[in-house]
Design a protein around this ligand. Structure first.
Ligand code: GCO
Length: 480
């Protein structure tokens, strides 16, 4: 019956693109004055990243960016979300800007614009200069000041051509995986440090918003990207609902309330009172943190299902970023994390597009009028190049189809979603998983650096070209 369902048409001004991050693709770790970030140190520490993989070479994008941009142009992708490497632009994290580092991004931006591709820059996708970590990293308040200074340097050089700026990517991961479970750099495991880092990341965001607006008066469109969780209680019983309230607090409201309402949620402060007294929050911080934004970016992959634990039992969060022996959450005693039902990606993450719809419509209601961008969405599968050199990835197409359908449904229901950036353009360094997990719509043979667009790249190019989603993904039975 759905064979004749018309395609789902997106708004004419909808922004389509792909996303990447500096450490995951650039390589050239020691070139042109770049100094180590916490991810260089972490990935070179035995046992932290699978297979001992590092970002030293990655996809060699630092040298191959003209080819990668040509490929984007060939696929007809109108926007590109990438991140700037802080230790390239300001080696060591403080002091003068590095001209050679800024020159690289200058060339990248010019090449994008020459191909008609809109650059969307993220200032922090996790590569904190190691020297700043040596001084305390995100647990040190001064790191927020250094970040705002770096933001001003980047904007001063690129702001005449880059209109859209994202301060932080997924501060939840930086704080809670970096300082809580320790499965991400810098690999610390201390719940109080995780909450301190959380606050200083938000302060860094607020200060950087101020710096961007001062540097680019009237022109910068400033955003923040959060990996908010679509939290669901396993059942409707009060104990499960209480578990969902607590995790909603620590995953969502701990960001949304300070950033958009200038306050931390009272229940989160109470839930974490045994971990910290929050004395790191100083007068004026929340005013800084809640500076107005032009949009909010949402990264979504899979929902979060929680339940009250059996008395005495405790299951640590096994999330897609490497699990870990310690919990990422600063206060999750008595809470169990369960996989949602259904089919899984190669990360083991259940495919559940309703979670994206739920988040987008929640934000429609809670932040009326604020433009939303899906800044990441995608899936890893065990892709390989067949003897004919083709890479068939029907599961990824089905995943993208389901999630774009959810975005379309959210827009139809009034969510102001203005764009979608597929994660990722290229297979790349997937953090604690190294090169073992392939998220790209373009396959990368890491030995030869050969790029091969997967079937999903061609499929996405068609969606972007037509601005419409076929009612069913190719090769699948019609869905109701
Ligand atoms: C994140 C990051 C990306 C990841 C992607 C897949 O969400 O963790 O923004 O860098 O590679 O999400 O895990």
């Amino acid at each position: 019956m759905t064979e004749h369902t018309p395609p789902l048409v997106f708004p004419a001004d909808f922004v389509w693109g792909t996303a990447t991050a500096a450490y995951q693709i650039e390589g050239a770790a020691t070139e042109d004055g770049r100094t180590p970030s916490i991810w260089d140190t972490f990935s070179r520490t035995p046992g932290k990243v699978r297979n001992g993989d590092t970002g030293d070479v990655a996809t060699d994008h630092y040298h191959r960016y003209p080819d990668d941009i040509a490929l984007m142009a060939e696929l007809g992708l109108p926007a590109y979300r990438f991140s700037l490497a802080w230790p390239r632009i300001r080696p060591g994290g403080s002091g003068p800007a590095n001209k050679a580092g800024l020159d690289f991004y200058d060339r990248l931006v010019d090449e994008l614009l020459a191909h008609g591709i809109a650059p969307v820059a993220t200032l922090y996708h996790w590569d904190l200069p190691q020297e700043l970590e040596d001084d305390g990293g995100w647990t040190d308040r001064a790191t927020a000041d250094r970040f705002a200074e770096y933001a001003a340097l980047a904007a001063g050089r690129l702001g005449d051509r880059v209109a859209t700026w994202t301060t932080l990517n997924e501060p939840w991961c930086s704080a809670f995986l970096g300082y809580g479970s320790g499965v991400h750099a810098p690999g610390r495991s201390d719940p109080a440090a995780a909450l301190t880092a959380h606050h200083h990341l938000l302060l860094a965001h607020g200060l950087a918003v101020g710096a961007l607006r001062a540097e680019l008066p009237g022109t910068a469109r400033v955003s923040l990207t959060l990996n908010l969780a679509a939290v669901r209680p396993l059942t409707d019983v009060p104990a499960d609902r209480e578990a969902a309230r607590r995790i909603d607090g620590l995953a969502n409201r701990i960001f949304l309330d300070p950033v958009f309402h200038g306050r931390y949620p009272a229940d989160v402060l109470a839930d974490t009172a045994h971990v910290t007294d929050w004395s790191f929050v100083r007068d004026g911080d929340l005013a800084e943190i809640s500076r107005p934004l032009d949009s909010l970016g949402i990264n979504y992959y899979t929902p979060t299902v929680v339940a009250a634990d059996e008395p005495g039992g405790r299951t640590l969060r096994q999330d897609g970023h490497g699990g870990g022996e310690r919990s990422a959450w600063p206060a999750d005693d008595g809470i169990r994390f369960l996989p949602a039902e259904g089919e899984r990606t190669a990360m083991g993450w259940p495919v559940d597009a309703d979670g994206l719809y739920e988040l987008l419509t929640r934000l429609r209601d809670e932040l009326p009028g604020l433009p939303l961008l899906v800044t990441e969405n995608g899936a890893a599968y065990d892709d390989y190049s067949d003897p004919a050199g083709a890479v068939h990835d029907p599961e990824r197409i089905a995943y993208l189809h389901a999630h774009l359908t959810a975005v379309h449904r959210a827009i139809a229901d009034g969510a102001p979603v203005r764009g979608y950036f597929l994660w990722s353009l290229l297979d790349n360094f997937e953090w604690a998983y190294g090169y073992g997990k392939r998220f790209g719509i373009v396959h990368v043979d890491f030995a030869s650096q050969r790029r091969t667009p997967k079937d999903s790249a061609r499929w996405y190019a068609d969606v972007v070209r037509t601005g419409a989603l076929p009612s069913t993904p190719p090769g699948t039975p019609a869905e109701c």
